[in-house]
Design a protein around this ligand. Structure first.
Ligand code: DGY
Length: 322
C-alpha cells in the first residue's frame, strides 16, 4: 500500500471535509480547534507533507523558514493569503494555494448586510430594543439612509466585487469601480470604470472594499482619500482591515463626513481592534464572517483538497498563488 500524504490541518474543518481528508490522506486533525502558536505549528509539521491552514495561522517568513524540508505545500483554507509570506514559501520551494470563487456569494451577502445595516442603523436599533430602550415612535425616529438608486462604488472588482455589484444592482444602484485593469464588457455589465481610486471616490454614495491586502493596499482608505468621498457616504469593508486607516475612518465617522460604516474585518482582529469602533453608534460591526455559511465552508475545504490532490498527483494545482 502506498503511503498517504500527511496533512497538518490547523483548525477544525467541516465534517464532510474532514471525512474526505481521512479517506484520502493521513491528516493530523485539531478536534479541539485550538489556535496553535508558531512553535506548535513547526513541531506539528515535523511529520507532515503539507499544511492546510486558515487565515488565523500567521505563516510569516520566520515561521516558514523554520518549517522542515518535508513540507511541500501550504493549501490555504481562504481566498486571502495576506497571512502567508508567499516570497518565503517560494524561496523554500513550497507550493501555496488558496480557495477563490467559492466564497464570493457568501461574502457579497455580507457586503449587502453591512451596507443595509449601516444605512438603516440596524445595530443601533437592535441594541435599543434589546435594552428595553425603545419607548416611542415618530416620523423622525431612527431615520436612516435609503440606498435604492444611489451609487455603489467598488475598490477591487474581482470575483467578490463583481457579485456584490450584481447584488447592489437589485437595489437599482449605479455601479462604479476601480480595478487594476478594466473588466471585459460582459463582466463590467454597464458599470463605470475609473482608472484611479481617486477618480472613483467622488462617485461613491456607498464605497465597498473588495481588494486584497497587499503592501500596496495597506492604509489605502486614508484621510486624503476619505476627503474625496461625497458628504455622508457609507463605507463597507469585507476584504481586510489593513486596507483602512482606522484613525482616519473613525475621525470621518465622528464628523459625519462618513455617515456610517459596515465592517466585517479589522486591523488587530479579533481582540485588538480599534477601541473607538466599539463606542460609535454609526458603525455596524461583524466578526469576520463573510464566508461563514455551511455551503461555503464545505466548498472552501473541498477546494483546498482539490489543490492538495493535484499537488500529490504531481499536477499543477488549480489555485496556485506561489
Ligand atoms: C478568506 O477566505 O480570505 C476569508 O477572509 C476567511 O479567511
Amino acid at each position: 500500500m502506498t503511503h498517504k500524504p500527511v496533512i497538518l490541518v490547523t483548525r477544525k474543518l467541516p465534517k464532510a471535509v474532514e471525512a474526505r481528508l481521512v479517506r484520502d490522506y493521513a491528516p493530523i486533525l485539531n478536534p479541539d480547534d485550538k489556535l496553535y502558536s508558531a512553535e506548535e505549528l513547526i513541531d506539528l509539521s515535523s511529520t507532515a507533507d503539507a499544511i492546510l491552514p486558515c487565515h488565523t495561522e500567521k505563516m510569516t517568513a520566520a515561521l516558514i523558514e523554520k518549517l522542515p524540508a518535508n513540507i511541500k505545500a501550504i493549501a490555504n483554507f481562504s481566498v486571502g493569503v495576506d497571512h502567508c509570506d508567499l516570497e518565503a514559501a517560494k524561496s523554500k520551494g513550497i507550493i501555496v494555494t488558496n480557495t477563490p470563487d467559492v466564497l464570493s456569494d457568501a461574502t457579497a451577502e455580507i457586503a449587502m448586510l453591512l451596507m443595509l445595516g449601516a444605512a438603516r442603523r440596524a445595530s443601533e436599533g437592535e441594541r435599543m430594543v434589546r435594552a428595553s430602550q425603545w419607548h416611542d415612535w415618530s416620523p423622525g425616529f431612527m431615520v436612516g439612509r435609503q440606498v435604492t438608486g444611489k451609487r455603489f462604488g467598488v475598490i477591487g472588482m474581482g470575483r467578490v466585487g463583481q457579485v456584490s455589484a450584481k447584488r447592489a444592482r437589485c437595489f437599482d444602484m449605479d455601479i462604479h469601480y476601480y480595478n487594476r485593469s478594466r473588466l471585459r464588457n460582459e463582466l463590467e455589465a454597464g458599470a463605470t470604470y475609473h482608472e484611479t481610486v481617486e477618480s472613483l471616490l467622488p462617485h461613491c454614495d456607498v464605497l465597498s472594499i473588495h481588494c486584497p491586502a497587499t503592501p500596496e493596499t495597506t492604509g489605502l482608505l486614508n484621510a486624503a482619500r476619505i476627503a474625496l468621498l461625497p458628504e455622508g457616504a457609507i463605507v463597507v469593508n469585507t476584504a481586510r482591515g489593513g486596507v483602512v486607516n482606522d484613525e482616519a475612518l473613525i475621525e470621518a465617522l465622528k464628523s459625519g463626513k462618513v455617515w456610517a460604516a459596515g465592517l466585517d474585518v479589522f486591523n488587530g482582529e479579533p481582540e485588538d481592534i480599534h477601541p473607538e469602533y466599539r463606542t460609535l453608534d454609526n458603525v455596524f460591526l461583524l466578526p469576520h464572517i463573510g464566508s461563514a455559511t455551511q455551503d461555503t465552508r464545505d466548498a472552501m475545504g473541498y477546494r483546498a483538497l482539490d489543490n492538495l490532490d493535484a499537488i500529490f498527483a504531481g499536477k499543477e494545482p488549480g489555485d496556485r498563488v506561489a
